[in-house]
Design a protein around this ligand. Structure first.
Ligand code: NAD
Length: 468
């Protein structure tokens, strides 16, 4: 049974007690993680604060070299981390599961290693020279969710390190194991105190809340729900922390009348069901024009009914269970509430344990709970529309604004509609594709700031302008 220590100042710390982490596929214990106290958090922040003094003075080349070594370590341990991830998260090893997440983690780490934010000369003339420098901020506090625990940890840690910051990370209590091991591995190549980890079951001291209020944490990078993100923002304001908040989404997809239903069915399915729908920027509301409505519904159902669902550890599974009971109950509630009005085209009945089959429900509309709320699970509502202006209003009629998509054989027409969607990313004929060179973030309630690319890297820096 895996019992991993927290890594604080390069040393394994077991904490005064541990908590069990559930394997959602089997209901058995996947391993144990330490329950940090506020004093463990203070120690981790103090270690990161001390390490910052020398880490922040390293040259750009030295920082890139360390990040390169971390990337290599991730590659060497990919299979071990994928197995831990499947045990605690439930996602299959195969398909767009743990091995895929590890591939993404490595790709992001490598790309971020290659980025740089060199000094910019703003002016150099008789009146003097003006130079803009990007300086590290200090200790970065990273708070991560349970849906893509390793990849999101990489998204938080790598740009922080690359720009000369040090880190204290706190993973979700539901999925701390792979992140504990990831940080342990990173510490094989990094100086002590540069990356520290604390874990907690959130039942006693709320370590996340203490991080957002901590005076020696200078930036918070948070990925999680809107409700928690707002609390983080409120308490981080007191110490004027820099903040990047990546929060919930309720992405709309608009299918135009000129599509070939069979040709887009696979893309629609994975747009909505990647990671069992437990993905921030996956399709959560599907609006289909009346001319192709029946064809799209049946093509999507035909594709979805053949997806193997099972224990994540089985090499045959392509989708796994819902990650936790609270999420499972939310999905079940939203599906039940849809049954009086909607037509269940596929699934709809909870399975054993935390398994919920891919579920597709047609004939819903805005105002229905499954359309208005973020389901964050394997169920997709389909809404029929007849007028393009009305559907744009319906798609934008949500407090969130993370992603959106338009599906059409006329790319230019689709782009014009996409430009009117209120969201940070718009995809044409796909949904949810992200890449390390393209900034990603939400508008409206979905967040503040972006990750990835130079724009994302810049969020780990303060600007200093020097006049000479
Ligand atoms: P959550 O908000 O419940 O938890 C996220 C993290 O916050 C966990 O580590 C948790 O322990 C911690 N936390 C709990 N209370 C806290 C507090 N008071 N202060 C600070 N931290 C606290 O989210 P979740 O259920 O783990 O994740 C699912 C949500 O995350 C979904 O809504 C999803 O859309 C969102 N998400 C967004 C993105 C994005 O990039 N926008 C990516 C992935 C997930």
């Amino acid at each position: 049974m895996t019992t991993l220590g927290m890594c604080i100042n390069g040393v394994a710390v077991s904490g005064t007690d541990t908590f069990a982490v559930n394997n959602p596929s089997t209901g058995e214990t996947a391993g144990y993680a330490p329950n940090a106290t506020l004093s463990d958090l203070d120690n981790a922040v103090a270690a990161a604060h001390e390490a910052f003094k020398s880490w922040s003075l390293k040259s750009d080349e030295e920082l890139a070299s360390y990040c390169g070594q971390v990337t290599e370590k991730i590659g060497e341990h990919a299979e071990e981390l994928a197995t831990l991830l499947t045990a605690e998260q439930g996602k299959p090893l195969n398909g767009l599961g743990s091995r895929w997440e590890m591939g993404g983690s490595q790709a992001w780490a490598e790309y971020t290693t290659g980025l740089s934010l060199p000094m910019k000369v703003l002016q150099d003339n008789n009146e003097g020279k003006v130079e803009l420098f990007r300086k590290p901020i200090g200790v970065v506090g990273s708070i991560t969710p349970w849906n893509f625990p390793v990849m999101i940890a990489i998204w938080h840690i790598m740009p922080a390190l690359r720009t000369g910051n040090t880190v204290v990370i706190k993973p979700s209590p539901l999925t701390p194991l792979a992140t504990l091991r990831l940080v342990e591995i990173m510490n094989e190549v990094l100086p002590a105190g540069v990356v520290n980890i604390v874990t907690s079951d959130d039942s006693g001291d709320n370590i996340g809340a203490a991080m957002s209020a901590h005076p020696d944490i200078r930036k918070i990078i948070f990925t999680g729900s809107c409700a928690t993100g707002k609390k983080v923002a409120a308490s981080a304001v007191e110490t004027v922390k820099r903040m990047t908040l990546e929060m919930s989404g309720n992405d709309a997809a608009i299918v135009l009348p000129d599509v070939d239903a069979k040709a887009i069915a696979e893309g629609l399915f994975w747009g909505g069901f990647i990671n069992n729908g437990q993905t921030c920027a996956c399709m959560k509301r599907l609006y289909v024009h009346e001319d192709v409505y029946d064809d799209v519904c049946s093509a999507l159902v035909d594709f979805a009914r053949n997806i193997p669902v099972g224990d994540g550890m089985s090499e045959d599974s392509i989708l796994g269970p819902v990650q936790n009971k609270m999420q499972f109950e939310k999905v079940a509630r939203l599906v039940e509430a849809s049954k009086t009005k909607g037509r269940v085209l596929l699934g709809g009945t909870p399975g054993e344990g935390l398994f919920f089959p891919p579920t597709i429900i047609a004939d819903l509309e805005n105002g229905d709970p499954l359309v208005d709320e973020e389901q964050f699970g394997p169920v997709l509502p389909i809404i029929k529309y007849s007028n393009i202006e009305d559907v744009i209003v319906a798609a934008n009629d949500n407090p969130t604004g993370l992603g959106g998509s338009v599906w059409s054989s006329d790319i230019e027409a689709a782009k014009k509609i996409g430009a009117r969607m209120e969201c940070g990313s718009v995809w044409i004929n796909k949904h949810g594709a992200i890449q390390p060179n393209a900034p990603f973030g939400g508008v409206k309630s979905s967040g503040i700031g972006v990750e990835f690319g130079e724009e994302g890297l810049a969020e780990y820096t303060d600007i200093q302008v020097m006049f000479s």
